[in-house]
Design a protein around this ligand. Structure first.
Ligand SMILES: Cc1cc2nc3c(=O)[nH]c(=O)nc-3n(C[C@H](O)[C@H](O)[C@H](O)COP(=O)(O)OP(=O)(O)OC[C@H]3O[C@@H](n4cnc5c(N)ncnc54)[C@H](O)[C@@H]3O)c2cc1C
Length: 341
């Protein structure tokens, strides 16, 4: 969130400083662990309409913003708007109509969302690797972005825009003031996007542990994110342009940042294997663990007072919500700066 906002604001005639507690090359936050799905429809089943509305706005913004970043930096961020597919195995087939019913009951009445049931032939055409599934659902209005490409591109964009970067500098955020271990810095406005690092400022902020695996194989290639519905756990698999597939994600009410458990590894791998048996020979090249910053109601919070904006609680929706929230904060900052002037 911090990087995206810094880039957006740096496009205006503003002097920006970005403070980061850890390293800028390998961010310590949830952003680096994430799968980068931008799925307003799939997420609506488990969240409120507000997430869907903000998600749709973000999806519309990612397209031009990704293109602008790529043109500025000259490297891809791999934003893709190819929709996503939801499937369930024969014994869990009832999960699919249930998913559609829940989705439709939560969609706004004027929604033009494209939720398309697929028969076997249609599914095969869209996603040939899913040959063992009889039916599926195609959610056309979904996308994804490769966060492992986006974050370095954003960093490079900040360098090009002459944003002052201070890494390995943990801060607290107050009105017009950033406080570090040995100094205070004064600004027209401070934007606090410290994720879980903002517990001192946001009541009830908690971490929700998530684990993902990254696997590599030449034997099977998906074309777009795929979700597998299962009564006990849910799997998503996100194919990346380097041939790897990110699979996730667990959701555990804990702030434990220790490595992935055997149980999660087994559940994620066996669910992946059930998508296509060729995944059995895939190599696990990475496991990632981090905690999503969440508020008590799992909704994002934008707190605003003169000289200070706090933005947090992006929970499992950082990539889904960041552009829409950045757009809101850009307006707040413009207003605050016009009052200062
Ligand atoms: C396993 C997993 C999978 C996910 N998959 C998805 C997905 O597919 N789609 C999606 O939309 N979202 C996903 N998310 C959620 C997403 O990653 C988060 O919502 C998002 O990263 C939150 O962004 P943020 O900037 O608020 O916090 P973070 O990404 O946690 O970043 C906070 C930053 O603040 C820095 N910081 C902390 N304290 C301080 C301090 N005191 N001083 C200075 N800097 C500080 C941290 O080092 C970090 O760089 C996933 C999360 C996880 C864990």
């Amino acid at each position: 969130m911090g990087r995206l906002l810094a880039w957006r604001l740096s496009r205006q005639d503003l002097e920006i400083t970005l403070f980061e507690a850890g390293s800028l090359a390998v961010p310590a936050g949830a952003c680096w662990a994430a799968a980068g799905m931008i799925s307003p429809l799939s997420e609506l089943v488990h969240s409120e309409q507000k997430i869907y509305q903000l998600g749709l706005r973000s999806l519309a913004l990612w397209e031009p913003w990704a293109a602008e970043l790529e043109a500025l930096v000259g490297r891809p961020v791999s934003f893709r708007r190819a929709g996503s597919i939801v499937v369930a195995h024969g014994r869990d087939r009832a999960e699919l109509p249930m998913f559609v019913r829940e989705l439709q009951s939560k969609l706004p009445s004027d929604s033009a969302a494209d939720v398309r049931p697929l028969d076997r032939a249609q599914l095969q055409k869209l996603e040939p690797a899913l040959e063992s599934f009889e039916t599926g659902i195609f959610l056309r209005d979904e996308g994804d972005i490769d966060n492992r490409r986006l974050l370095p591109v954003l960093l490079e964009s900040l360098r090009q825009q002459r944003v002052t970067l201070r890494e390995h500098t943990a801060v607290t955020c107050e009105r017009n003031t950033i406080v570090t271990e040995d100094a205070q810095y004064h600004f027209d406005c401070v934007i606090d996007c410290r994720g879980l690092g903002a517990k001192d400022a946001i009541n009830g902020l908690r971490g929700v542990r998530g684990e993902v695996l990254v696997v590599q194989t030449n034997e099977v290639q998906l074309q777009r994110p795929v979700r597998l519905l299962h009564p006990r756990y849910q799997l998503y698999a996100v194919p990346r342009s380097d041939g790897s597939t990110v699979i996730g994600a667990t959701e555990i009410e804990s702030e434990d940042l220790s490595p992935i458990s055997v149980r999660s590894t087994m559940e994620l791998s066996s669910a992946l294997y059930s998508l296509h048996p060729a995944f059995a020979e895939a190599r696990i090249v990475e496991s990632r663990v981090n905690c999503r910053p969440a508020t008590m109601d799992n909704l994002p919070t934008v707190h605003c007072e003169p000289g200070l904006v706090r933005l947090n609680g992006l929970y499992r929706h950082g990539y889904l919500l960041a552009p829409a929230l950045a757009e809101q904060v850009e307006k707040i900052i413009a207003q605050q700066l016009s009052e200062v002037a």
